[in-house]
Write a protein that binds this ligand. Structure first.
Ligand SMILES: *Cc1c(COP(=O)(O)O)cnc(C)c1O
Length: 236
C-alpha cells in the first residue's frame, strides 16, 4: 500500500482510475458516471496543475482561505485547463461570500441558516450556486452534516431558494481499518437519496468515498469520489 502512494501523481492517478473502472464494472455501472474529485488540501499549485494536465477536472478543497490563495493564483496563470473547484470542508457563515466567488460546487450545506446565507450571497453575485447537502449518517464520523431526520425538510427549504441549486448528497464516514465496514454508510446515503427522489426531489449526485474506500463507495452508487492521499501521497 505504501509503495502505491510513493509513486508519482501520474502513476497514482492511473491506479485510482483503474480502481474506479473495476469497481464500476463489478457493480454494472458506467465508469463515465463517476467523477473523480482530487482533494488538494495542503497540496501546492504545481502539483494541482500536474494532476490537471493528466486530465483531472475537479479539485476539492477543505478551507476557504487556503483555496482562495490557490484559486486566485491558478486563475492568474491563465492556463487553458478547464477545471472545477469544490468546497468539501465545513463552511462558516461569515465565509459564504468568498465561497460563492470561488467554488463551482459547495458540497457541505448542512443547515437551513447556511443555505439561506449561500442563497443570499449567490443572489448578490448574480450566480446560481450549485451545492450538495452534507448528511450525517453516523454520530462519530464528523460533527458536521444534517441529521438524517432533518434532511428532507432542508431539501424542501432549499427547493424554494432561487439562487441555490441542490444537486445531491455528500457524506463522510468514520475511518475503518477494514474499509468494508464503511459500506453500510454508503448504502444508507443512497437509500436516503432514493427516498428523497420518490418524494420528487432530483438529487443525482452522491459524493462518498475517500482514498481507502472509494471502490466500495463506487459499488454502492457514488457519482463523486473524493480522493487525496491515493493521488498526492500522505499529507505532511
Ligand atoms: C481530506 C478529505 C478527503 C480525502 O481524504 P483522503 O483519505 O486523503 O483521500 C475527502 N473528503 C473530505 C471531506 C476530506 O476532508
Amino acid at each position: 500500500m505504501l509503495g502505491f502512494y510513493t509513486m508519482g501523481i501520474r502513476e497514482n492517478l492511473a491506479a485510482v482510475r483503474e480502481k474506479i473502472f473495476k469497481a464500476a464494472a463489478r457493480a454494472g455501472r458506467n465508469p463515465q458516471d463517476i467523477k473523480l474529485v482530487a482533494v488538494t488540501k495542503t497540496i501546492e499549485l504545481p502539483e494541482i496543475i500536474e494532476a490537471a494536465k493528466t486530465g483531472v477536472t475537479i479539485f476539492g478543497e477543505n478551507r476557504v482561505q487556503e483555496a482562495k490563495e490557490k484559486i486566485t493564483e491558478f486563475r492568474a496563470q491563465n492556463t487553458d485547463l478547464k477545471i472545477e473547484w469544490h468546497l468539501i470542508g465545513h463552511l462558516q457563515k461569515n465565509k459564504t461570500k468568498y465561497a460563492v466567488g470561488l467554488f463551482d460546487l459547495i458540497q457541505t450545506i448542512d443547515s437551513p441558516g447556511l443555505a439561506e446565507e449561500v442563497n443570499k450571497q449567490a443572489e448578490k453575485a448574480g450566480k446560481t450556486q450549485r451545492a450538495l447537502m452534507q448528511v450525517k449518517i453516523s454520530e462519530e464520523a464528523t460533527k458536521h452534516g444534517v441529521p438524517e431526520k432533518d434532511m428532507m425538510e432542508l431539501a424542501y427549504r432549499i427547493s424554494g431558494m432561487n439562487n441555490l441549486k441542490l444537486e445531491g448528497l455528500m457524506t463522510m464516514t468514520p475511518y475503518f481499518e477494514d474499509a468494508e465496514k464503511a459500506r453500510p454508510y454508503f448504502e444508507r446515503l443512497r437509500e436516503i437519496r432514493d427516498e428523497a427522489e420518490k418524494r420528487g426531489f432530483k438529487l443525482p449526485e452522491l459524493s462518498m468515498g475517500m482514498s481507502h474506500d472509494f471502490d466500495i463507495a463506487v459499488e454502492e452508487g457514488a457519482t463523486m469520489v473524493r480522493v487525496g492521499t491515493a493521488i498526492f501521497g500522505e499529507r505532511g
